[in-house]
Design a protein around this ligand. Structure first.
Ligand code: IFM
Length: 446
């Protein structure tokens, strides 16, 4: 196998796709183009939720600067752009009237990607729920599946003829558990009943989207799940059990429902009392076949038992690995293990793509350049991990770096920089970082 330092595009299978990803609210500039209020606007406006109460009103202004961003991506020798469509931009009230300007934007963006010889990979929901739907309970309302299906059809009617792949939902764990039990993301609830319901309804919404898009004849449908490498903090059986519980709620809940039509017992232990009545009846639809699986992977998590806390009685424990600006441990071996686990236990030879992987760092422009050797190493190490998984038989078809641009990192505002392209949030000037130039060289076709 090639050494990490000399990896190139040629070390991956023919047709392996290299791209970069962003998401609507994080880059577009939500105040432009007639978008409606979304639950991140109000979450950010609530004291204490978001660093400096920053929101996505301006973000990177990709709404006006998408051509510049796509030129940068193309010049970096990338094959594909992963972007998301904002529900609140396209249907400002969540249901009913469509904002033509919003749809026109995604139409222009899709064409601009294709004109540059790249592939558009679309995520239909990446978190900007229209406030009008949030008022009705958002992801805890059983009707959300139907509302989402209607939105998805509006998008597909306009750009579906040119989309390379669709992901229905980005990171259902974040949409539900992180946002309704841990309260870190909009709508900021800390309520186990809301969490259990949203964990079920987000999967129903996924299933509804798959059904509607199949009805339109689409065969490029997937979902993007976020996984961590979960390990017990010690050999103590209580820590081992805590890690198994966290693995079940974080890593297994969504893939097990989709791939096997069931929820893990270790998660049902705490969540079943709060699931909606007759939840079992939905699992057949939830497990209807998809065409590919998207994997977001960033870190390992050590888990300890917390006797003070009610179920799931887990607490994070400190590890010894190097960390990113997010405090996340860097663990490429976890990605390799995850890809093998998914193949062996869940999806077999179903095509998979790493739809997000990357790191935040406190990057600065100095003398017109940004040196980010830590990120260069991170990318190479994770590429080597993917390569090992491919050599072991994993049907991995692509890799998208998160993110093309520094952008709105949710509760951390604009402080955490994940981009391979630096953004000055005063002037919005883009400066490709050393990691961008490294990838450009690595991806050059020879
Ligand atoms: O910025 C986020 C993205 O929106 C979803 N996946 C994780 C990224 C880094 O936290």
């Amino acid at each position: 196998m090639t050494s990490i330092a000399s990896l190139t595009r040629n070390d991956f299978p023919d047709g392996f796709l290299f791209g970069a990803a962003t998401a609507a609210y994080q880059v577009e500039g939500h105040k432009f183009g007639g978008a409606g209020s979304c639950h991140w606007d109000t979450f950010a406006a609530t004291p204490g939720n978001v660093l400096r109460a920053e929101d996505g009103a301006l973000a990177c202004d990709q709404y006006h600067r998408y051509e510049e961003d796509l030129d940068i991506l193309k010049a970096g020798n990338f094959d594909a752009y992963r972007f998301s469509t904002s529900w609140a931009r396209v249907i400002p009230e969540g249901r009913g009237a469509v904002n033509r300007e919003g749809l026109d934007y995604y139409d222009r963006l899709t064409d601009a990607i294709l004109e540059r010889g790249m592939e558009p990979h679309v995520t239909l929901y990446h978190w900007e729920l229209p406030s009008a739907l949030s008022d009705l309970g958002g992801w805890t309302n059983p009707s959300i599946a139907r509302w989402f299906g209607d939105f998805v059809e509006v998008i597909d009617d306009r750009i579906g003829d040119r989309v390379a792949s669709y992901a229905t939902i980005n990171e259902p764990w974040c949409v539900s558990y992180l946002s309704h039990l841990l309260g870190h993301h909009a709508p900021g609830l800390r309520n186990i009943r809301a969490a259990a319901r949203s964990m079920h309804y987000v999967l129903k919404a996924h299933a509804e989207a798959v059904a509607r898009l199949r009805g339109h004849g689409r065969n490029n449908l997937g979902i993007v799940l976020n996984f961590e490498h979960t390990q017990p903090a010690t050999d103590d059986p209580r820590d081992i059990r805590a890690a198994a519980t966290q693995d079940a709620t974080h890593n297994r809940w969504f893939i097990e429902a989709i791939a096997k039509g069931r929820y893990p017992t270790e998660a049902l232990e705490g969540l079943e009392p709060y699931l909606p009545r007759d939840w079992q009846e939905d699992l057949k639809a939830i497990s209807r076949p998809i065409d590919w699986l998207g994997i977001n992977y960033y870190t390992r998590n050590l888990v300890a038992h917390d006797a003070e806390s009610p179920w799931p009685s887990t607490a994070p424990a400190a590890g010894h690995l190097a960390t990113t600006q997010m405090g996340w441990e860097i663990c490429p071996e976890g990605l390799e293990a995850l890809l093998l686990r998914l193949k062996e236990s869940y999806v077999g030879d179903l095509p998979m793509m790493v739809t997000e992987n990357g790191m935040a760092w406190d990057d600065h422009v100095r003398n017109g350049v940004v040196n980010d050797p830590e990120r260069c190493g991170f990318i190479r190490d994770h590429m080597a991990a993917m390569q090992r998984a491919i050599a072991a038989g994993v049907n991995l078809k692509g890799f998208f770096y998160w993110s093309l641009l520094d952008n709105y990192e949710w509760a951390f505002g604009y402080e955490r920089r994940f981009g391979i392209v630096h953004v000055d949030f005063e002037t919005l000037k883009r400066t490709p970082k050393a990691s961008y130039h490294m990838l450009k060289a690595l991806l050059e076709r020879t």
